[in-house]
Design a protein around this ligand. Structure first.
Ligand SMILES: NC(=O)c1ccc[n+]([C@@H]2O[C@H](COP(=O)([O-])OP(=O)(O)OC[C@H]3O[C@@H](n4cnc5c(N)ncnc54)[C@H](O)[C@@H]3O)[C@@H](O)[C@H]2O)c1
Length: 547
């Protein structure tokens, strides 16, 4: 059976997601929910779905595995919590919540639930934003330290048709709708987060049709100080009169810069030290094609037919795939909080005269049922003069992955306990790997792929120029032959040869055989704080006890 989807707010924005479902194989809209009793029968009829005017009744009917929540902003968090508590996966419209209390309650609910939480930030998937993200990941901008995002959408008319906006989007000072501008930027500063904000406004300038002055300032600018020391500027304006030109993004790194086109007819421009002459901007369209992820390109035709330049399609497709593959969503609970909370704190800042205020990290709400960060290890620099030699026993060959082996790779990941990896996802990994760094071990008599690992350029805040050892896996039927050790050694050696000084990996507390292998090869735990000391202490005690 396919995924049974319920669409909440089906007579408004939810209708866009219902439409996308027609293009997604294996997804069926089995229920629609809306308080608009006039339009609800039509929405239900379109999909042959059962109609509900109340989310609780829809969940109680047990006819949905997942819900899209596309109701007004103040409903998002409470409805998401209701669904998560019923064990139903949630894709929530933006922003995730309208208060810090809601953010905390939602984070805890997502941590307690077996169901998946994802936020539908669709601007991440516009072609330009996808290209810039891939280029950041490939390291072509160098370290990114500055960005701007603007969301300028005059909606005085829409406020009258959807009165909740008059209260929640244009009735409060500060950034009430931050995710479309901050979302893409968060992906261009991987591993970073907003640590503090200061928000200022341009004065109250507009009246509604009843003559009442809008409570919020026409334009606000929120300055975000990033944990890395970088800076982000966000502008929000939902009232000022101007020709339509809704979004704007800018990015500055050590080795490149990007400026989005501001309006129709203009081109996105980019400068890269590695690809442009000094003083020469180039058209992003000339440099982007080689960077688009394979899966994103393949879905372009279907995606374009859906709303928001394809963004709605990719948002829903990622949600559905994450559920199927049992992997985290692209924008899971903490990413949703990273994009939502700075806006809420900006409202407190402007109310207090633009003071700088710190932005809570939802990850610090752990210990209350929320998932913990992964363990990290490094291959210490003092060992770089003699990196490990990879060696495989007779009957096995160590080599690079070949085109067309994506399915075999997916099958190996599955039998190694990581869940299946689709051929598209496998191809994305191959593209992410450094050249010559995607190792596999082949079992000669059968030709089967029985172990793998790859190395990638993987900068994060803690590892700004880091090279990572990724996805080490070995077939349990071939255990005890040192195959995981061989691929780990091969990638470690290659990262050293490529000149990476900061070589790291992420792992989980329970992967004891893998951790034992890393330790034997000379990798060391990264212990940065009391919590990590405690967790590594427990890991080492388990290793000593031979568990
Ligand atoms: N990501 C984007 O590009 C994008 C675009 C538009 C809107 N949005 C977001 O989508 C959400 C909806 O916006 P909209 O423009 O469709 O608003 P809307 O008011 O037109 O539609 C909301 C729908 O939800 C229904 N509803 C209200 N309360 C409900 C409840 N308790 N239970 C079930 N249904 C309920 C309403 O009857 C209405 O049909 C908002 O949060 C908005 O911010 C996002």
């Amino acid at each position: 059976m396919g995924l049974r989807l319920g669409v909440v707010g089906a007579c408004g924005r939810g209708g866009s997601f219902s439409a996308v479902c027609r293009a997604l194989p294996g997804v069926e809209v089995t229920a629609v929910c809306d308080t608009n009793e006039t339009d609800l029968p039509r929405a239900a009829q379109e999909h042959g779905a059962v109609a509900f005017t109340d989310l609780g009744a829809m969940l109680a009917a047990s006819i949905v595995d997942a819900v899209v929540i596309a109701t007004p902003m103040p409903c998002h968090a409470s409805q998401a919590i209701q669904a998560l508590e019923a064990g139903v996966h949630v894709l929530s419209e933006v922003p995730a919540a309208v208060s810090l209390d809601e953010c905390r309650a939602l984070t805890l609910a997502a941590g307690r639930s077996q169901a998946l939480y994802a936020m539908a930030e669709n601007y991440l998937y516009s072609p330009q934003n996808v290209a810039i993200r891939a280029m950041v990941r490939a390291g072509v901008f160098g370290q990114v330290y500055y960005a701007e995002g603007e969301y300028l959408h005059e909606l005085k008319q829409l406020n009258e048709a959807t009165p909740w906006r008059r209260r929640w989007q244009t009735g409060i000072d500060g950034n009430t709708y931050p995710t479309h501008s901050l979302g893409p930027i968060m992906q261009w500063m991987p591993g970073d987060r907003v640590e503090s904000v200061s928000c200022a406004g341009s004065g109250r300038r507009h009246r509604d049709p009843r003559g009442a002055t809008y409570e919020n300032q026409a334009s606000t600018v929120t300055l975000c100080r990033m944990r890395s020391g970088g800076l982000v500027k966000l502008r929000l304006d939902m009232l000022s009169d101007r020709p339509h030109a809704m979004t704007n993004y800018q990015l500055q790194g050590m080795d490149g810069a990007y400026e989005s086109a501001r309006s129709a007819g203009e081109r996105d421009r980019i400068w890269l030290r590695s690809a442009c002459a000094d003083g020469e901007w180039r058209d992003l369209a000339d440099l982007a094609p080689e960077h688009y992820p394979a899966g994103w390109l393949q879905a372009q035709e279907e995606a374009r037919k859906a709303g928001h330049g394809g963004g709605d399609y990719y948002t829903l497709a990622d949600f559905v795939e994450a559920i199927r593959d049992g992997r985290p969503a692209e924008i899971g609970i903490h990413e949703a909080m990273d994009m939502t909370i700075p806006g809420l704190v900006s409202q407190a800042s402007i109310a207090q005269g633009s003071v700088w205020l710190s932005v809570p990290d939802s990850r610090s709400w752990i210990g209350e049922g929320v998932a913990m960060p992964q363990l990290r290890m490094r291959y210490p620099e003092w060992r770089h003069s003699s990196p490990p030699e990879p060696c495989v026993p007779p009957g096995y060959i160590l080599r690079q992955i070949r085109p067309g082996e994506e399915e075999a790779y997916g099958a190996l990941m599955e039998c190694a306990g990581f869940g299946g990896v689709s051929p598209d996802a496998a191809l994305d990994r191959v593209r992410r790997a450094l050249p010559g760094a995607f190792f596999v071990v082949e079992h000669e008599p059968t030709g089967a792929m029985v172990a793998t690992a790859f190395g990638s350029h993987a900068p994060t805040v803690s590892h700004p120029n880091g090279g990572a050892l990724d996805w080490v896996a070995a077939d349990p039927l071939h255990s005890g032959r040192g195959l995981g050790r061989a691929v780990t050694a091969a990638v470690t050696r290659l990262l050293v040869q490529r000149g990476y000084r900061d070589i790291y990996l992420l792992t989980d507390d329970w992967r004891l055989p893998a951790i034992a292998c890393y330790l034997q090869l000379g990798w060391e735990p990264i212990i940065d704080g009391p919590q990590m000391r405690e967790r590594w202490g427990a890991v080492q005690a388990s290793l000593r006890a031979g568990r």
